[in-house]
Design a protein around this ligand. Structure first.
Ligand SMILES: Nc1ncnc2c1ncn2[C@@H]1O[C@H](COP(=O)(O)OP(=O)(O)O)[C@@H](O)[C@H]1O
Ligand SMILES: O=C(CO)[C@@H](O)[C@@H](O)COP(=O)(O)O
Length: 559
């Protein structure tokens, strides 16, 4: 039998990438990135130019198909293998990235009548304009003593499905009416590949409040939110919910023509980027925290008991690896904060110097920032540039920097932002560990560990834990390919379980980031300062951030 391969397609925030993987050892034979032609749509709708509200973030569904059109043929070409030898295809996606579709599965924004309506488009995971709905949902769920709430750290995020659906109903009942189903983008892409619609248990569990044993919350709960939503789960959220690794179907002839793959190739059900990364670093047992570090960070951890952890995104049975409770927490902005600083915060002389030296601005700042010792900048920041996902679960929180002086340099501020995100991660680790979900080992994957060793050293020092790094450029995509191989099964040259696939294919680098004791000691003191500020601004002692947001909204609406 000739050598067999699988393809994983990772749909990130700004781009999608395909990776062709050798099934015997997980080696990435070829990869290709397609930047989304429309990027993140957060100012104006394509075409009509209609302005979007504050905190909106949309995407164009055709960008997802563009990734299939460009990146899949590109990896096949680069690898020079026969499409027949690709036995499985898996995808992973940002989540909750959701869209309204009609009876035929067509996104509403593809239809002329809805193209110019902002609610007809894909709402990206970081669309934060449903915070009001999330707040009301949480208050009603708490009042009713809903059992699901503790499984989501006590709060449902405005990033997740129900808050977003409710925002559509409140602001555009006509779009809600015209929607046949609301779907995660990951399930929509799979339905395009296979011609059949199934929902995956991972996004259903983490993002749509679905439970393997209890199903969705009751119609009574949804009716208490809004009587018009009482039957939401049997209608617009209907669809079979199947476990990760299940074969969703086979590649249709149309999609075979579009991708260059063979019709009939096994396609796995959709998955989430961070969750797919876990088996790709070989984590299939409890106690090992995996950080998927990029635009945001998702913290994934397996446990054997269901316990309540403050502000976690969720705990879902079989949500990551079958047989375990999968815990997820996260930070809504990490790389995004560094990017904001590079784009909006550095003086021209930094950009010019970086250009002269032939390095990127991130690298220029990182080189200079690494010359400082912990504590030497005299600065500390709260990492809430895109709200706080865990442990406070509040998208209305914003960023803070304390300690500026006339001598503060851009590289000091950059280092402070790196440190602030590490303190955010430490807060999450402490929450897990303190609640009885042990964190014995830490693994990192995603774009950031590849690009910024200083950042990784700071994380090791702040968390006082050794960090192992994925030996893969595209870990979620490799994980998605592994699930594709499981969908194909061993009879076709794949694997019968994700644990078998991980055993053969997962890879981490030999060198690790180890905590440096003198740094750990200083960061321990800085972390105490961080927690003081965190609780002061984040737990209601001073709601200045929210008052400022209100003033901002009032001023924007009156102009
Ligand atoms: N050298 C660097 N240091 C720190 N952050 C970086 C560096 N280069 C790029 N970034 C950040 O990495 C993020 C993208 O991460 P990546 O993992 O590639 O994407 P995604 O999260 O969309 O999958 C961007 O937010 C960018 O600001
Ligand atoms: O929230 C999740 C997963 O649950 C992520 O998809 C989201 O944070 C986006 O991840 P990226 O930072 O784009 O990798």
């Amino acid at each position: 039998m000739s050598k067999k391969y699988a393809i994983g397609v990772d749909y990130g925030t700004q781009s999608g990438r395909a990776v062709l993987v050798d099934l015997t050892n997980g080696h990435e034979i070829a990869d290709h990135v397609t930047p989304y032609p429309h990027g993140v749509i957060d100012e104006r709708l394509p075409g009509s130019g209609k302005p979007l509200g504050h905190d909106w973030a949309l995407q164009h569904p055709d960008d997802y198909l563009e990734v299939l059109r460009r990146s899949v043929p590109a990896v096949l070409r680069e690898a020079g293998i026969s499409p027949q030898d690709v036995i499985g295809l898996g995808i992973d996606f940002t989540a909750c990235t959701m869209l309204p579709i009609d009876e035929q599965g067509t996104p509403l924004c593809f239809k002329p009548e809805w193209r110019d309506h902002p609610h007809g488009w894909v709402k990206l995971w970081k669309h934060h304009a449903a915070q009001e709905e999330a707040d009301r949902l949480n208050a009603i769920a708490a009042d009713r003593g809903e059992r699901f709430l503790p499984r989501y750290g006590g709060k449902i995020s405005s990033e997740w499905m129900i808050a977003k659906v409710w925002q559509i109903l409140n602001e555009a009942p006509e779009v809600y009416e015209a929607t046949d189903r609301f779907t995660e983008a990951t399930d929509w892409v799979i339905s395009q590949l296979t011609g059949a619609f199934v929902r995956n248990s991972c996004t259903a569990g983490y993002k749509s409040i679905w439970h393997k044993r209890e199903g969705y919350p009751s119609p009574g709960f949804f009716g208490a939110l809004d009587p018009r939503m009482a039957n939401l789960t049997e209608t617009k959220l209907r669809g079979d919910i199947v476990p990760l690794g299940t074969k969703a179907g086979e590649l249709t002839p149309e999609m075979a023509a579009l991708t260059g793959l063979a019709a009939g190739t096994a396609v796995a059900v959709g998955n989430v980027d961070a969750h797919a990364a876990v088996p790709a670093v070989g984590v299939v047992t409890e106690g090992k925290l995996v950080m998927a570090m990029g635009t945001s960070i998702c913290h994934m951890l397996l446990g054997t008991e269901e316990v309540e952890v403050e502000g976690m995104c969720g705990v879902v049975e079989d949500g990551i690896i079958p047989g375990y409770l999968g815990y997820e927490a996260g930070q809504s902005a990490v790389g995004d904060i560094f990017e904001w600083f590079v784009e909006e915060g550095v003086p021209a002389y930094v950009k010019e110097a970086a250009e002269r030296e032939g390095v990127g601005v991130h690298q220029w700042l990182t080189d200079r920032a690494s010359r400082y010792k912990p504590g030497q900048t005299g600065l500390i920041a709260l990492d809430w540039w895109n709200g706080n996902r865990s442990v406070l679960v509040d998208t209305n929180l914003t960023g803070v920097v304390v300690g500026y002086s006339l001598l503060t340099k851009p590289e000091e501020l950059y280092r402070t932002l790196l440190e602030a995100t590490a303190f955010g991660t430490r807060t999450i680790i402490d929450a897990f560990h303190g609640s009885g979900v042990p964190v014995r080992e830490v693994y990192a994957c995603g774009g950031l560990p590849q690009r910024n060793p200083l950042l990784m050293q700071i994380y090791a020092d702040v968390t006082n834990r050794e960090i192992k790094v994925a030996d893969s450029k595209q870990t979620p995509a490799v994980g998605a390919a592994m699930f594709g191989a499981v969908a194909a099964g061993s009879a076709k040259g794949g694997y019968d379980s994700i644990v078998d696939a991980a055993r053969a294919m997962a890879r981490v680098r030999e060198e690790t980031f180890k905590p440096i004791p003198e740094n750990v000691a200083v960061y321990e003191r800085l972390y105490r300062e961080y927690r003081e500020l965190h609780d002061y601004f984040g737990r209601g002692a001073n709601d200045v951030m929210k008052r400022l947001k209100t003033l901002k909204d009032e001023a924007s609406h009156s102009s």
